[in-house]
Design a binder for this molecule. Structure first.
Ligand code: F6P
Length: 253
């Protein structure tokens, strides 16, 4: 407690909550761009928060990325009577296996002693396959859980970093660049005002579903993500941010 007061994290949380106009902000000390341990701390903070807000039989949709992998790493068993269900928010989105939502979802569910359902769908999809795949009974069932998730927990990334990491095809890359995309979350790219400039075509959570979820928790840190975080919150899609000191300071500059 003493450490927190001295480091002024409480103040950063308060100021950021005002600036972003959201319900809750948690700031951990350090910069996850510089030190891997800070990402571990983000993960732990996210788990602590998640456990406070989970209700019995909650459905939790999770995205991919290394920050969400840190959340899964930090997960600990939930009470036996919780019966929570974990689902991947959207497909693999071109991430490496360890950073894919399916992988993270299984690990999180196992550590939480909850259950999980996965999406086995290639991704990204052509327009044609997209429409036939979402009609498959097995896919439809999982999609139903995803679209009615009570809690969404997701990462945010810098738009160009993510587009490159996903080996985005040239035509889409052009759209992202021409649209001056700054931030990215669950396959949606946003410009600095939070307008959506591109969307990866994949099965799973759509923006309308995100808006309907009871609680949407973004976990993203590192000084380099400040603009991305601000762009995403400019449209107010999420109500909680768990971040680090370096991102917080940069956001408040
Ligand atoms: O690709 C999944 C995803 O959650 C993106 O939506 C997000 O931009 C990115 O991962 C964050 O990744 P990381 O936590 O590794 O920075």
């Amino acid at each position: 407690l003493f450490m927190r007061q001295v480091s002024g994290l409480d103040m950063l949380e308060h100021q950021l909550k005002e600036q972003l106009q959201i319900e809750h902000v948690i700031v951990v000390s350090g910069d996850s761009d510089e030190a891997e341990e800070v990402k571990t701390e983000l993960g732990k903070a996210a788990v602590t928060y998640l456990k406070q807000v989970l209700k019995q039989q909650s459905t939790i949709a999770v995205t991919g990325g290394s920050t969400m992998a840190a959340v899964a790493d930090a997960m600990t068993p939930l009470n036996q009577n919780m019966e929570c269900l974990f689902v991947p928010a959207r497909g693999g989105l071109g991430e490496q296996v360890e950073n894919q939502a399916n992988t993270i979802c299984v690990e999180m569910a196992k550590k939480a002693k909850g259950s999980y359902r996965l999406l086995y769908v290639p991704d990204p999809l052509s327009e044609e396959s997209y429409h036939s795949i979402i009609e498959e009974p097995s896919v439809r069932e999982v999609l139903h859980y995803i679209r009615h998730a009570d809690i969404v927990i997701h990462g945010i990334g810098d738009a160009l970093t993510m587009a490159e990491r996903r080996k985005t095809p040239a035509d889409e890359m052009k759209k992202i660049k021409n649209g001056n995309a700054v931030g990215e979350a669950f396959g949606y790219y946003f410009d600095k005002n939070g307008n959506m400039v591109h969307k990866v075509r994949t099965v799973g959570l759509q923006m309308e579903d995100v808006k309907q979820a009871e609680r949407v928790i973004a976990v993203a840190g590192g000084k380099s993500k400040a603009d991305a975080i601000q762009s995403y919150f400019n449209q107010g899609y999420s109500n909680v941010l768990i971040t680090d000191e370096a991102a917080a300071m940069e956001l408040l500059r």
